[in-house]
Design a protein around this ligand. Structure first.
Ligand SMILES: CCCCCCCCCCCCCCCCCCCCCCCC(=O)SCCNC(=O)CCNC(=O)[C@H](O)C(C)(C)COP(=O)(O)OP(=O)(O)OC[C@H]1O[C@@H](n2cnc3c(N)ncnc32)[C@H](O)[C@@H]1OP(=O)(O)O
Ligand SMILES: NC(=O)C1=CN([C@@H]2O[C@H](COP(=O)(O)OP(=O)(O)OC[C@H]3O[C@@H](n4cnc5c(N)ncnc54)[C@H](OP(=O)(O)O)[C@@H]3O)[C@@H](O)[C@H]2O)C=CC1
Length: 502
């Protein structure tokens, strides 16, 4: 029997961000390995016109939770959605719910955050700093609380090239930032944001770093730990390989590549692609909750959930495997034949963005107009290029993260726990993982049936023929124009004609 699984039996757990990518997998794993846990409280806000119940129903009836329903048939009775909005003071949680949370909670996993790179600083501070501060205040009033696990990011200190499992200071105290958000108007905040974030690329990484300092400064006597995942990708093994449910990180770019939108991206091919499977992050997080509660370390421990120093893969290898898999398992209705490459300097990036992205989009929009349809391709391409410009920072830098605490924790686990809560990324086979990731993007993000592969391949053959025809026609038009204007071209033309019986 797994000691960690047994630890969570009869426990009351609070997960923030449980409706997110990481939160869903965390909830699924807890229910599947500790079906006798008492309750999982999840802070949920109404979204896209769905009520709390509808959102929970949708999650529990998703493919991700299929196995849970076998081992924990009454899972719907053990999940307790609590209406909350982290944007509001006190999270807009009812007094009754607050009382229940304060009196019953044993473990907190704080996953909620805004992960948008372009979030306004006010929004990012509210969600990634102030909300963390407020949750810590709530936690300090929980008599039964055994551990508070804060999910940060390995990129919170991405302005450094070597990052240890420690909390680094920020130039401005979080409390001063939180207070200034109370009275500064948006335009002034926008003006000072570049100065505040300094050499960090966006408000996301900056506010995640501030959130860590708040955990350090405001945890009081709480038993806290911080987990820092790098680029969280699809599941490696459980509950099944390749599961992913959002466009963040590599997923969106895999789609853009497979659909033929993305033809080039500025990357450093040899840079470490520090992707970490979401189930690996979750296994580490659950083990951290157990270790923090049972062993009660004297200080706040930071755990890096990264792959680069233990089992490195680079962007070149990842990109090649993405393309190879798409070749074998194409996506349906591609705009163009998938074919992408990395650029390594700004000039070629701008050149290929014009030639391979914007000009084809303009031509296609012209075709849409001719056929009486609304042009949309250039707008979509520009949004994709904006997205890529925000992601490029992370694929043109390499970082070294130490993983002493994570490796220490792995050594503390029994063989059974190492099997059940496997976060040993050294066992990861990258080619297999990337293939399953692309397959998962097709099945779980694009909702494409594998039975459609022959049709998708036929569509690609058609696109190839159209591509050849277009290039041939373009060549002939240019050549005819040249012949009309150049004696040299005429001489060459009349020389080669008999050779090829033209
Ligand atoms: C030699 C061989 C070469 C082979 C080359 C082949 C290429 C292979 C590609 C695959 C490998 C490369 C992968 C690299 C990417 C990895 C970088 C990830 C870095 C994350 C590090 C930090 C990790 C964290 O701690 S949190 C991570 C989570 N956050 C994110 O990932 C970013 C979140 N997203 C945003 O911040 C926004 O989307 C933003 C700012 C990027 C764009 O905002 P905007 O409001 O303009 O657009 P949206 O409405 O959000 O979306 C617009 C449009 O784009 C679609 N989309 C959204 N995200 C992505 C994405 N990541 N990739 C692609 N497309 C995306 C979205 O669906 C929208 O489309 P619509 O049709 O309009 O809905
Ligand atoms: N994805 C990644 O690559 C990485 C993620 N992380 C960290 O992991 C954690 C989870 O990330 P991930 O799952 O990818 O992010 P998602 O965007 O998928 O999930 C974010 C979660 O936070 C919740 N949330 C956001 N705003 C509010 C709000 N105002 N009130 C209540 N809940 C809110 C969302 O709820 P709702 O569903 O209602 O929007 C959602 O459940 C974050 O702390 C992130 O920084 C760290 C490294 C990498």
């Amino acid at each position: 029997m797994s000691m960690i699984a047994a630890f969570y039996s009869n426990k009351s757990i609070l997960i923030t961000g449980a409706t997110g990518f990481l939160g869903k997998v965390l909830m699924e794993k807890l229910f599947r390995t500790s079906p006798h846990l008492k309750v999982i409280y999840i802070l949920v806000r109404p979204k896209s016109g769905q009520t709390l119940q509808e959102r929970v129903f949708q999650i529990l009836n998703s493919k991700l939770f299929e196995k849970v329903k076998e081992v924990c048939p009454n899972v719907h009775e053990k999940i307790r959605p609590i209406s909350a909005d982290l944007n509001q003071r006190d999270f807009a949680i009812s007094k009754e719910d607050v009382q229940e949370l304060l009196s019953c909670t044993n473990i907190i996993f704080h996953c909620a955050a805004t992960v948008r790179f372009d979030a306004h600083l006010r929004e990012a501070v509210q969600l990634n700093v102030t909300a963390t501060q407020q949750l810590l205040l709530m936690a300090s009033q929980m008599p039964k609380l055994e551990a508070f696990i804060h999910i940060s990011t390995a990129f919170s200190n991405c302005n450094l090239s070597h990052i240890d499992e420690v909390i680094y200071p920020c130039p401005v105290e979080p409390r001063k930032i939180i207070d200034s958000m109370e009275w500064l108007d948006d335009s002034i905040i926008e003006e000072i944001t570049p100065k505040l974030i300094g050499d960090r690329p966006n408000t996301y990484t900056y506010t995640k770093a501030l959130g860590e300092i708040v955990v350090q400064q405001e945890s009081g006597n709480l038993n806290v730990a911080i987990v820092r995942p790098s680029i969280v990708g699809a599941t490696w093994q459980e509950p099944f390989p390749g599961w992913v449910d959002n466009l963040n990180g590599p997923s969106g770019l895999i789609i853009a590549t497979g659909k033929g939108f993305l033809r080039s991206i500025k990357a450093t091919p040899t840079a470490v692609a520090d992707v970490i499977p979401v189930d690996t992050v979750v296994n580490l997080t659950i083990a951290v909750g157990w270790y923090t509660a049972v062993h009660r370390p004297k200080s706040t421990l930071i755990y890096h959930s990264t792959s680069g120093n233990l089992n490195p893969c680079n962007w070149y290898k990842m990109g090649l495997q993405v393309l190879a898999t798409i070749e074998k398992i194409p996506f349906e209705s591609a705009f163009r034949r998938p074919n992408a490459d990395f650029t390594t300097n700004n000039f070629t990036t701008h050149y290929w963005n014009t030639v391979s992205h914007r000009v084809p989009a303009i031509i296609y929009d012209f075709y849409l107009r001719l056929t009486g349809r609304k042009p949309r391709m250039l707008k979509l391409m520009n949004r994709l290029l904006k997205t890529i410009s925000m992601l490029e920072y992370f694929i043109n830098h390499s970082w070294e993260w130490s993983t002493n605490n994570t490796e220490m924790l792995l050594s503390e686990l029994s063989p059974e726990d190492q099997r059940v809560f496997n976060f040993d990324v050294r066992q990861l086979n990258w080619l297999e993982y990337i293939e399953n990731y692309v397959l998962g993007v097709k099945k779980y993000l694009l909702k494409e049936d594998l039975a459609g592969i022959p049709k998708a391949k036929q569509h690609l053959r058609r696109l190839r023929n159209i591509h050849y025809l277009f290039n041939t026609a373009l060549f002939l038009i240019i050549w005819r124009l040249l012949i009309a204007r150049s004696q040299m071209a005429r001489n060459v033309w009349f020389f080669i004609c008999p050779l090829f019986k033209l």
